[in-house]
Ligand binder design. Structure first.
Ligand SMILES: Nc1ncnc2c1ncn2[C@@H]1O[C@H](COP(=O)(O)OP(=O)(O)OP(=O)(O)O)[C@@H](O)[C@H]1O
Ligand SMILES: [Mg+2]
Length: 455
């Protein structure tokens, strides 16, 4: 168990997720406006204050040119133009991390030590930008852990899937900005090392949004060419706002299509509302996802392993909610991926688990596709040694009592095997049968006809 609180932050292209590990070993996501997922958006007001999250999105409606929804995507630019001012991207990161720090202080009374995550492919320079941003936001020096390593720890510690030493595990992180793929190997000491990594920097949820906007645009152009011209090349705040609204509409429709077969799309200034169907989304997604599957095969081939040798294929990131993602990966690799109901959370929570001695508790309620490795869950975590960025080691709970299970959950270690449940039920039935039989034999009225009782 950690001696103190620990904060873990996954600052993503679309969303930021933060988790606090409590001294009793339990992990709890921080809530932002009631949600564990905060938009990584920033808005610079005329007084020079940077607003973040949903506030930034709301303020964007008043002055869209002062708004940046995805600062992480702009890391290679170094700066952002917000209205009439240019600010370093690190200042945007710092604003987001400050917001997280405030939430952490509200939750536990002070700002704990922190671990931040970043893509495996990030250079030292980019990691340096995260360190700087954290320092600007008032954090003590932070640890940085790569996103796939964090996800791998979630896979073994929280989901209790077994990955034997020497076995590879693939992490497919499909977020808002990029697709990041890594094949990791579990080392004998329980840590994970990246065997190969890759991905598609030009394929994330935003690229699906762009493809859908272009698709809707074909219809708008035909019916209302003037409206489409303004949406394509907006001029001034009002037209910028309309364009942003259209993208939001299309993103919302795309997300709805993971659950429904039709989703409405309201195009600003257009009287008639349009709609998108699951079929259209699937058709548009197929070529994009073929690239994703091809890239997964390529990264795996770099390791010299075959798909069937993988201990699992773990899908994280919001875009992996699209049903076509699991389907095409399953078809392409021949193994069933594991994807959670809230695929935005494993990276942040996994980083927290990696840096603490948290033992496996209960897996999250819903796993929407079967785990790739059907073997029984294991609690046999390796001993802990000092952690480094890429080789974070888990330690056994050291014989200390297990942290209390979360409300409404059952500790995996205390689960009763089905065999014992069956024996218990059989014993109860047998005792009941003997009791009824005895009562029947000893009952003096048993031979009396029912009619006798009436006289
Ligand atoms: N139900 C859904 N169907 C399709 N896409 C979804 C769904 N829910 C969320 N998404 C997409 O997931 C993306 C955001 O995912 P996530 O929050 O994991 O990204 P991120 O971590 O911010 O990005 P990155 O990891 O690339 O930096 C958005 O593009 C969003 O539209
Ligand atoms: Mg992410």
């Amino acid at each position: 168990m950690p001696a103190d609180y620990l904060l873990s932050v996954d600052l993503g292209t679309s969303h930021t997720v933060a988790v606090v590990v409590w001294p009793d070993g339990r992990t709890r996501p921080l809530l932002f406006d009631g949600s564990p997922v905060m938009p990584s958006a920033v808005f610079l007001d005329p007084a020079g204050t940077l607003h973040t999250g949903k506030d930034a999105e709301r303020l964007a409606l008043t002055a869209p040119e002062r708004f940046e929804p995805n600062p992480k995507q702009r890391i290679s630019d170094g700066t952002l133009l917000l209205g009439d001012r240019e600010i370093p991207v690190t200042a945007a990161f710092a604003a987001i991390l400050s917001r997280v720090a405030r939430a952490a202080i509200e939750s536990v009374g002070r700002l704990p030590d922190a671990v931040l995550t970043c893509p495996a492919a990030w250079s030292e320079q980019r990691r340096g930008a995260l360190h700087d941003a954290a320092a600007q936001a008032g954090y003590r020096p932070v640890k940085i852990l790569t996103e796939p390593v964090a996800a791998a720890h979630y896979y073994t510690s929280r989901l209790s899937h077994q990955v034997q030493a020497g076995q590879p595990l693939a992490v497919f992180d499909f977020g808002g900005g990029t697709l990041d793929i890594a094949v990791l190997e579990r080392r004998p000491d329980g840590s994970f090392g990246v065997l190969a990594d890759g991905g598609l920097p030009d394929l994330g949820g935003l690229d699906f949004d762009a493809a859908l906007v272009a698709h809707i645009g074909e219809t708008v152009k035909q019916r209302e060419p003037e409206i489409w011209k303004r949406l394509e090349n907006p001029n001034g705040a009002s037209e910028l706002r309309n364009r942003r609204e259209l993208w939001e509409e299309v993103r919302g429709a795309k997300e709805m299509l993971s659950r429904s077969s039709v989703a409405p799309v309201t195009v600003p200034d257009m009287a008639q509302s349009l709609h998108l169907t699951r079929g259209e989304l699937d058709q548009i997604s197929r070529p994009l996802l073929s690239r994703a599957v091809g890239e997964t095969q390529r990264v795996l081939a770099l390791t010299g392993r075959r798909p069937e040798q993988l201990a699992g294929l773990f899908l994280v990131g919001g875009s992996s909610r699209m049903p076509m993602v699991s389907k095409m990966l399953h078809e392409g690799l021949g193994i069933a991926p594991t994807v959670l109901e809230q695929p935005e959370l494993p990276v942040s929570e996994g980083a927290a688990l990696a840096l603490t001695a948290t033992v496996p508790v209960t897996p999250p309620a819903a796993v929407t596709s079967p785990p790739a490795n059907p073997t029984a869950p294991s609690l046999g975590l390796p001993p802990m040694t000092p952690a480094s960025d890429e080789t974070v080691l888990l330690r056994r709970n050291g014989g200390a009592p297990l942290p209390p299970p979360r409300r409404g959950t059952v500790h995996t270690a205390r689960r009763v095997p089905p065999k014992w449940i069956a024996i218990g039920v059989a014993a109860v039935v047998l005792v009941a049968a003997v009791a009824i039989g005895a009562w029947w034999l000893l009952n003096p009225y048993k031979q009396r006809p029912f009619a006798d009782g009436l006289t």
